[in-house]
Design a protein around this ligand. Sequence first.
Ligand code: SF4
Length: 437
Amino acid sequence: MSDRFMTQMQMARNNIVSEEMRICALGEGVPVEVIMEKLANGQAVIPKNRLHNISKPKVIGSNFSVKVNANIGTSFGYSSLKEELEKLNVALSAGADSVMVLSTWGNLSEMRRIIVENSPVPVGSVPIYDSAVKAYEEGKNVIDFSEKDFIDMVYAHAKDGIDFMTIHVGITKDVLKKLKDSKRILKIVSRGGAIIAGWMIKNNRENPFYEHFDEILDIAAEFDITLSLGDGMRPGAVVDATDPQQLEELFVMSQLVDRAREKGVQVMLEGPGHVPLNEIETNVKLMKKIGKGAPIFLLGPLPTDRGVGHDHIVSAVGAAFAAYHGCDFICYVTPAEHVALPDVEDVKYGVIASKIAAVIADVARGNKKALELEHQMALARARFDWNKMFELAIHSEDAKKKLKSRPYESEGCSMCGPFCAIKVTKDFSEGKITVMM
Ligand code: SF4
């Protein structure tokens, strides 16, 4: 097989260094061999469809810096390509490492292609949304489509250059059977999961993604799409966390990870959803162990359900904790989560919150680059070097505005004025303050 037709995983297994591996190694500050080893054994992925020209590829997985994804896309009644492009640009300038186009209204394939064309970072999608939208537009129920539609939609997204796809493959008939009598309050909160479950119940059939997983793998291998095994059974409330349904789906995913790796397809797991802080470590460790070290694409975790309107903060707390314990890829949550379709400002604050969580985890995990940046920041603060501080900040726009809004004419800032602890200590160490004897 020519390396033109190999996935990043297959190239790594055959000791072929791709351009993306080289760029990622430079970005992470590690030898390319480290990237190759993790790609070859499935502990890391580089999502990149061979049809998508990406100038900023990302390696996602164990021991590499934690990455952040921003979801953009339209919804019923709110559909503007112009706004989606604005969201893309805001997400990128706030530091998103990837975007997912989750549009469910308007010309979906046109929007997807334009976002792919304009994105220098990997682009993800959830193909089943398109099948549901198509059925809805034809005046049918959102679950009225054929088994073939599922596969055709995956292929259509692949041809549009999508780099990673969520496939809700873990909800099998067995998993679903037990859900009805479970104690869960919110049975299914995943959009894709609910559509699949509805389809299975209506047609009394097995999950088509599960039944046709080999065909999906063939498409993924052809285009080198990274599959993200969607957790349709993720808990949607902290009181539902870590229950049998969530774990059963995880066991199904575990077998699918093996099947993907056998075909050289890059794969990651999604999860865990709404989980109290004291259960996050266990969830992460279970996902890593049962998922055989596959990278984890974090949904949440949201450690409380009562932060509505500020769920980007709730999620950042959970994500920092989860990433410290080994998660790799944070799917952002915006202030609009659970209440509205995010607007451009929500996208900005969602990415910033998740970047903060990622950096906190990188520092705690001992990432050399992250520690060096903290070191430089400490020096800049000690020198009152505001320009350097802003350059090193995760996102400095708001801080610059604050500094300007209440200026202070000497060293320090208007927070403490003449009682600036750093200034007093600096003066003292430079001999500007003498000790009275
Ligand atoms: S004035 Fe206070 S807040 Fe501002 S730099 Fe000095 S110590 Fe920090």
